[in-house]
Write a protein that binds this ligand. Structure first.
Ligand code: PNS
Length: 179
């Protein structure tokens, strides 16, 4: 049989602030379903990210270095535009439960409206990771809890360091504030 002349490319977009084990599971599964997977790290995540875009890209790259058909890029602007630039015909998103599904369905339909033909595939989160969310990881780390089992050891270290900086920043801004 002759070798396939086209590749089925998927994009896995996100803020990855920070990348979690649930993200890694999603990317790994996407990599087994598609010929090529582009992980798109949103540059200017509106929610004032803990980590810079470069830092988040590096963190994701380190996590996925063992997956040969995955590459990581940063992007700004519309997801549909970067999907077109990268030749991705499919967006892959993880879904933890009902409220995710509602929000993700809205986004999927809007993206299909903006770029007809661009479809979204939802993958249900692995049951043992369906409580994992970057926002909760940040909150737990800030409050001094353990994020083991939610992120890799390397990411846990980066998160702990950043949490310490955040706590110090917040303490010094409280001290500088007039009574
Ligand atoms: O990890 P997140 O924060 O849930 O990812 C959200 C993301 C990056 C997928 C979404 O905010 C996005 O696609 N942003 C790019 C801007 C865009 O295209 N907005 C219109 C979406 S319908």
């Amino acid at each position: 049989m002759s070798e396939k002349e086209w590749k089925r490319i998927a994009i896995v977009p996100g803020s990855f602030d920070p990348v979690t084990l649930a993200h890694f599971d999603l990317i790994t599964r996407a990599a087994s379903l598609f010929d090529e997977v582009v992980v798109g790290v949103l540059e200017n995540a509106s929610k004032k990210p803990w980590f810079s875009a470069e830092g988040r890209v590096l963190m994701v790259q380190r996590e996925v270095q063992g997956l040969r058909n995955v590459r990581v890029i940063r992007f700004a602007g519309l997801l549909v535009d970067i999907a077109a630039t990268e030749g991705a015909a499919v967006i892959v998103r993880g879904v933890r439960g009902g409220s995710d599904l509602e929000y993700e369905t809205l986004m999927a339909r809007m993206n299909a409206h903006l770029r007809p033909g661009l479809d979204t595939v939802f993958l249900p989160s692995a049951p043992h990771l369906s409580h994992v969310a970057s926002r909760l990881v940040r909150e737990i780390a800030y409050l001094g809890g353990s994020v083991a089992g939610l992120v890799s050891d390397k990411v846990a270290l980066a998160v702990a360091t950043r949490a310490e900086e955040k706590r110090a920043d917040d303490a010094s801004s409280r001290e500088g504030r007039p009574e």
